[in-house]
Structures are given as C-alpha cells and as structure tokens.
Write a protein that binds this ligand. Structure first.
Ligand code: G3P
Length: 215
C-alpha cells in the first residue's frame, strides 16, 4: 500500500520524507488555508520536495471552470494530480481531463455508487472519506471494502485512496482491505510508529546498560 501524507505543511512533509515512507501528498483548500501563503507557491514547493503525486483541489462548481482551473494547476509541476469534487459536473470534468492526460483524484466520496461512476468516468484516484462517515455513525471502512470488491469485479484501474484518516486502525484496515493508498495526517503517522512497549523496552535496556562494568 502506498502512503501519502495529508497535509500542506512543508515541515511535516520534510519530516515524513526523512522517515522514508512518503509516496505522495494530498492537499485540500482547508489544509492550504492553514499555511497562510499563496497556494501556487506552496504547491510548487511541495512538488519540488516529492516526486510522487501531489493532489491540488479545484474550487469551481461547474465542469468548464474545473477544467480551466485544472489546466492551470497542472502547469505547476508534472506530478500534480487534480482533485475534483464528486458531483455531476465533476464527473464531466474528469472525462475531459483524462482525455487530455491530466491526472485526477475524485474527492468527497461517501458512497459505493459514487465510486462506481467515478471509475467509469476514468478517474485515476477515488478518495472515500472514512473518518467523516464514522463521524455520522456509519462505518467508513465498510465503504472501502465495497469499493475494492466492485473495482476488482470489473478490473477498474482507478486507485482507492483511503482519506479522512483519523487513527492507526483506519490505516491497518486499509492495508488489510488492499486499498491502493492511505493518505495520512502527520499526527497519525506518528501514532503508527509509536508503541508503549518499545519505549519501555528502550528504557529498560538503557538502565541495564548502566550496570555493565566499564573495564
Ligand atoms: O484527505 C481528506 C482529508 O483531508 C479530510 O480529512 O479529517 O477533514 O475529514 P478530515
């Protein structure tokens, strides 16, 4: 499973790169707004740090506006992927962009039917938001399981990005369900690394080391 970092924060991206586990980056308008600098500059810097896909979202609500924005964003760097909201106009935009060879990540997916149509439209990625489904008492990961089954049944090439990841269990379940990608906030990456028994073990080894006679 590929691991993307779900952030627009340069410090977090650099630290995740140093950990050697980042295959790509996903951003959205909320994440970009937190960084308080022009989106284009920020995306350019992110793309210079990461060779894998970097998702940047359009804000237009009509297909022609989305396509115009997408063409501009795609000029920022070769690895830009255009995030398109999962609405009717978005699917039309995906169709046009995929015919132009511009990669798309269809976002804000909350149902299997939406995911099926996204694959038919020819999107490169689909982003089901599991955490936001959990928030309304639905099991977000069930959606991933169903999409995986349907994509497998028909050999759709659209890659599943598990998004709106809120905890390590989302990531583990994603891997068990053979999701293609999990896009993970930096705090959850840190949680994935940490284990209390590792910390206790290190502490104990350090204490015992002090008991070893030094010559
Ligand atoms: O990848 C989508 C993500 O940024 C949304 O996460 O936590 O706002 O639901 P969240």
């Amino acid at each position: 499973m590929e691991i993307f970092i779900d952030t627009a924060n340069i410090k977090e991206i650099k630290e995740a790169i140093a950990l050697g586990l980042i295959d790509g980056v996903t951003t959205n308008p909320t994440l970009i707004a937190r960084e308080n600098r022009p989106a284009k500059d920020l995306l350019k810097e992110i793309c210079s740090l990461v060779s894998g896909p970097v998702s940047a979202e359009v804000i237009s609500l009509d297909a022609s506006g989305m396509v115009t924005e997408a063409r501009q964003l795609a000029k920022i760097a070769k690895n830009i992927v255009i995030k398109i909201p999962l609405v009717k106009e978005g699917l039309k935009a995906v169709k046009i962009l995929s015919s132009e060879g511009i990669k798309t990540n269809v976002t804000l997916c909350f149902s299997v039917s939406q995911a099926l149509l996204t694959a038919k439209a020819g999107a490169d990625y689909i982003s089901p938001f599991v955490g936001r489904l959990d928030d309304i008492s639905e099991v977000g990961m069930d959606l991933i399981k169903d999409i995986r089954t349907i994509y497998q049944n028909y050999g759709f090439k659209t890659k599943i990005i598990v998004a709106s990841v809120r905890n390590p269990l989302h990531v583990v379940s994603a891997a068990l369900m053979a999701a293609d990608v999990a896009t993970i906030p930096f705090a959850v990456i840190e949680q994935l690394i940490k284990h209390p028994l590792t910390d206790i073990g290190i502490q104990r080894f350090l204490e015992d080391y002090k008991k070893i006679p030094q010559k």
